[in-house]
Design a protein around this ligand. Structure first.
Ligand code: P1T
Length: 383
């Protein structure tokens, strides 16, 4: 059914974008596994011509994503990085992008090793410090790019404050909302112009599909991105759209459990003798705890920590957990553990964004919290 912005997020997650199929009444949007669509006459069709341009399963997903983020328009992509690449194509050679200095390693790689070669200028600052953002904005800044919480340090940025700053300089603010999910944070409502997701993570939620999304309100920017989505062609297939839509239905439920479990685990880690530092937006020790309370509806499922035993101890823990699978990615129902420096952030090694080699990152799943604590406790015994 058509949801309205007055519906609560739990309702939007279940219903948005999905209408009973007009031909059969199928309650779930079918997987329109077709590359092309018959035309009644030359150029006369039912709104669909070719599945790179549009596909009904993708349309349903895009509507659901837009509704979840409280935006007018949603666009889906083959991966989070494809979504990021499309947004960056809004920026022209000679223009400047001001990026956060703690971002997914692949984002930094795309910026520095691909797009900088096409004449886009990048600089990287700690966006959690708004005075640093103000100092780094240049006359040619067209886009401010940030993650909050960041990957992997879980730093938080005041979205409303940075949006105001960007707009004062006629720049757009893009927020990669992957770590929070729209259930916990809706950047468009705080003044951001573009919200980006790796839907591979919480939105899909089951570690079975790779995808990306952009949601926005500006009609002209949407038209340009829609053009780019088709012109560049990094679109998701109908099966992937279906899986992502199916995941979305339980997003609110899952996020609640991710937050509950992660809060318990963060406290357990904070009290553990082998642990030197726990970074989690739900702990009062987090430097922006107050902002987390104000900007987010919950602290999320991601925790980073450092052990007294440093890198060696980090490897020991990562190798010894059993319920926490050693793997890249995050946001699925199952708990994962990884070491960012040699894994997800290997592409920032030897750069100013390099990550502490002793940092451990966990994505807390929706299993029983006590079972997860026992698993971590066992692994920490040797760390
Ligand atoms: O993997 P992909 O769907 O292309 O999304 C890239 C991406 C974008 N933004 C953020 C904040 C991300 O964390 C990611 C992907 N991150 C991982 C695979 C990871 O383990 O951190």
């Amino acid at each position: 059914m058509t949801t309205t912005p007055n519906h609560h997020l739990e309702t939007i997650a279940v219903h948005a974008g999905v209408e009973p199929d007009p031909t059969t009444g199928a309650v779930m949007t079918p997987i329109y596994q077709t590359s092309t669509f018959a035309q009644d006459d030359v150029g006369v069709h039912k709104g669909y011509e070719y599945s790179r341009s549009d596909n009904p399963t993708r349309t349903a997903l895009q509507k659901a994503l837009a509704a979840l983020e409280g935006g007018q328009y949603g666009l889906s992509y083959a991966s989070g990085l494809a979504a990021i690449d499309n947004v960056l194509r809004l920026v022209q050679p000679g223009q400047h992008v001001l990026s956060g200095n703690d971002v997914y390693g692949g984002t930094y790689r795309l910026f520095q090793q691909v797009l900088a070669g096409y004449g886009i200028e990048f600089s990287f600052v700690d966006t959690s410090d708004v005075t640093a953002v103000a100092a780094a904005i240049q006359p040619n800044t067209q886009l401010v790019w940030l993650e909050t919480p960041t990957n992997p340090m879980l730093r938080l940025t005041d979205i409303a404050a940075v949006a105001e700053m960007a707009h004062a300089h006629d720049a757009w603010l893009a927020v990669d909302n992957t770590f929070a999910s729209p259930i916990l944070q809706r950047p468009l409502t705080l003044g951001a112009d573009l919200v980006i997701h790796s839907t591979t993570k919480y939105i899909g939620g089951h570690s079975d599909v790779v995808g990306g999304a952009v949601v926005l309100n500006d009609a002209a920017l949407y038209e340009r991105l829609k053009f780019l989505q088709n012109a560049i062609g990094a679109v998701p297939g109908p099966m992937d759209c279906f899986l992502t839509l199916r995941g979305i239905k339980t997003l609110a439920l899952r996020m609640a459990q991710h937050c509950r479990n992660a809060t318990q685990i963060a406290r357990f880690l904070a009290d553990h003798a082998a642990v030197a530092q726990v970074i989690y937006p739900g702990l009062e020790s987090h430097p922006r705890y107050e902002l987390a309370q104000r900007q987010m509806a919950g602290p999320g499922g991601m925790i980073s920590f450092i052990l007294h035993g440093g890198e060696t101890a980090a490897y020991t823990v990562a190798r010894q957990t059993q319920l926490f699978t050693l793997a890249e990615s995050l946001g699925g129902v199952e708990s994962l553990i990884e070491l960012p420096a040699p894994m997800t952030h290997a592409s920032v090694a030897d750069s100013p964004l390099a990550v502490d080699p002793g940092l451990v990152r966990i994505s807390v799943g929706i299993e029983n919290a006590q079972d997860l604590i026992v698993d971590l406790g066992r692994a920490l015994r040797d760390a």
